[in-house]
Design a protein around this ligand. Structure first.
Ligand SMILES: Nc1nc2c(ncn2[C@@H]2O[C@H](COP(=O)(O)OP(=O)(O)OP(=O)(O)O)[C@@H](O)[C@H]2O)c(=O)[nH]1
Ligand SMILES: [Mg+2]
Length: 550
């Protein structure tokens, strides 16, 4: 089996489709858009970084593969870098640490400039391989951008920062370990084990193997593989190298060639990043969708709001006003004016019979502390139901949403009550009929009265009295007219009274219904609506993360 085939076997990976990766990143973007403002920003930072980075990396160059040589000081990164490139490009030193700034060597392929700018490699540290002199010797590495990184265990802070920065950007990492420090805990805990989700783009070399005999090299490699297993990196390619002697660079070069040929490293890397981000976000959603806000809780909230808004008071005033006006319209005509002197109950609340034109001018009573408490409780109940089964921090976001418009609620309730049509601005038709009959009775009585008065005047003046017609047992018609007219008016007033009372109660019920409808609208726009908006965000976020996960 050839070396390349052996390496191929060591690097099994299922290819990542670029379109699929873009779909995953877009789903992650949808998650962030839905969750922002609901979830603390620090929980989203990693996802945002991945979104930005993948966008940039994919846009910059799919033709290049960026491979970093990372490791502790003195492990031989620069030596390997030089050996692979075939030139002394990066200084190999005795004084540690030697490399302070990343060096890059680009094999062929025009247009790596923007990529190197993005990576932050200074122009004087960029080299190009595959000059005219090389011919096709280096063709198998065409597209490779090899980076020699500073030491990650550096006593120099800025080295570590530089390494950490670049490790987030590169497509594939070759961890260069040496026989002395390959088991270093810091290396494994702080670096290698953090790359679990990037196992497809991780290669580990035990460098300086020329310093070991074959048996020791095998033993150390075995030990190294065991440590990698513990790091969650079991099965990643791990082999011995030497920049100076046996076993040389063969396996490393083969790994690099294969990586370049596959053109998969960038996609695999980003795919791993997305998987990482998704895993970090997973606790923010659970498997099932939100349950919504149950109608009974909304109804209880509307009822509490109706109380606080004074709807029952206005409804009672509507009933009294109906009766008041009915009495004024249906009572004995000559006494009606007395009724009219008293303002009707609605007017005392500065409400109009239909929708009130200026809701802000009403004088509805302030809601009591108990009513306010009932509203708070009902709103809390809505939030609690909506939050059921949702992971943190969604319940907090839901509670916040339920309170977000609380300050506008009193005014909105006043408007709802005032603008509800109380249904009293049109006189019922039967009032007209009864009113006309009342006038008829009164007119009859008046005719009788005038007649009797005429007769009395004639008698006073000693004029001969005119005997008018009589009714039944000699009762003069004038008396009958007066008495009958009065009695008729009185009886009519008594007879219509229960009908007016019934109609008044119906007017109250109708007014109350209309106000409650308007108040339910306030419950929806001011409390339930904002809560449902959070629930919608949750569902969108949950679906988006499920899409990003696969
Ligand atoms: N025998 C042997 N010596 C090596 C090998 N690789 C590197 N060295 C030596 O190890 C020392 C350090 O090598 P560098 O290549 O500078 O190591 P580095 O990892 O770049 O170190 P920093 O730049 O400080 O991070 C030098 O003296 C090299 O000659 C190797 O494969 N075999
Ligand atoms: Mg170096």
């Amino acid at each position: 089996m050839s070396l390349v085939e052996r390496v191929k076997q060591m690097m099994p990976k299922s290819p990542v489709n670029a379109d699929r990766l873009v779909t995953r990143v877009e789903a992650l973007q949808r998650f962030v858009a839905a969750a922002e403002g609901r979830v603390p920003e620090d929980r989203l930072v990693a996802a945002r970084t991945v979104i930005d980075r993948s966008g940039e990396r994919l846009r910059l160059s799919r033709a290049h593969t960026v491979v970093a040589l990372a490791g502790a000081t003195g492990s031989g990164k620069s030596s390997l870098f030089n050996a692979v490139s075939g030139f002394q490009l990066s200084r190999v030193g005795v004084r540690r640490p030697t490399t302070g700034v990343a060096h890059a060597c680009v094999w062929g392929q025009e247009g790596a400039g923007p990529l190197l700018d993005w990576l932050g490699v200074p122009p004087n540290r960029r080299f190009t391989r595959e000059s005219a002199l090389d011919g096709d010797d280096q063709a198998t590495l065409r597209g490779l951008v090899l980076l020699d990184l500073p030491d990650f265990d550096s006593i120099e802070d800025r080295h570590r920062l530089e390494v950490d920065r670049l490790l987030r950007l590169v497509d594939l990492v070759v961890w260069v370990l040496d026989p002395q420090k390959y088991a270093d805990r810091v290396v494994h805990q702080q670096y290698l084990s953090q790359f679990q989700r990037h196992r497809d783009v991780t290669v580990v070399v035990l460098n300086q193997a020329d310093r070991l005999n074959r048996t020791d090299a095998e033993r150390l490699l075995e030990d190294l593989r065991r440590l990698l297993d513990n790091d969650g990196l079991g099965g990643v390619p791990a082999f011995a190298t030497s920049a100076k002697g046996q076993p040389g660079l063969g396996a490393l070069r083969a790994a690099l060639e294969r990586t370049v040929a596959d053109r998969q490293a960038a996609l695999l890397r980003l795919n791993g990043d997305v998987t990482d981000a998704v895993a970090a976000l997973e606790p923010l959603v659970v498997a099932r969708a939100s349950a919504g806000v149950p109608q009974p809780a909304v109804d209880r909230l509307s009822a509490a709001l109706a109380e606080a808004a004074g709807a029952p008071i206005v409804a009672a005033a509507t009933e009294r006003t109906y009766r008041h006006r009915a009495t004024a319209s249906l009572g004995w005509p000559l006494l009606r004016w007395a009724r009219r002197l008293r303002p009707d109950p609605l007017k005392r609340l500065h409400l109009e019979a239909g929708p009130t034109a200026r809701p802000e001018a009403t004088s509805l009573p302030e809601s009591t502390a108990a009513q306010k408490a009932a509203v708070t409780l009902a709103a809390r109940e809505v939030a609690a139901h909506a939050s059921e089964g949702l992971p943190e921090p969604w319940p907090a976001a839901i509670t916040e949403a339920s309170r977000s418009r609380v300050n506008d609620v009193p005014d909105a309730l006043d408007v709802a009550v005032a603008s509800a049509d109380l249904g009293l601005n049109r006189k019922p038709a039967w009032w007209g009929l009864v009113g006309a009959l009342q006038w008829l009775g009164a007119a009859t009585a008046l005719v009788g009265l005038v007649w009797l008065a005429g007769r009395a005047a004639f008698a006073l003046l000693g004029l001969p009295s005119i005997e008018g017609p009589t009714v039944g047992a000699g009762i003069p018609l004038a008396t009958v007219l007066l008495g009958g007219g009065l009695l008729f008016g009185l009886l009519l007033a008594v007879v219509v009274r229960p009908f007016a009372a019934l109609a008044a109660r119906r007017a109250r019920a109708r007014a109350e219904r209309r106000m409650r409808t308007a108040i339910a609208g306030v419950a929806r726009t001011h409390i339930v609506g904002p809560v449902e908006e959070v629930l919608r965000s949750y569902d969108v976020a949950r679906d988006a993360l499920a899409a990003a996960a696969t």
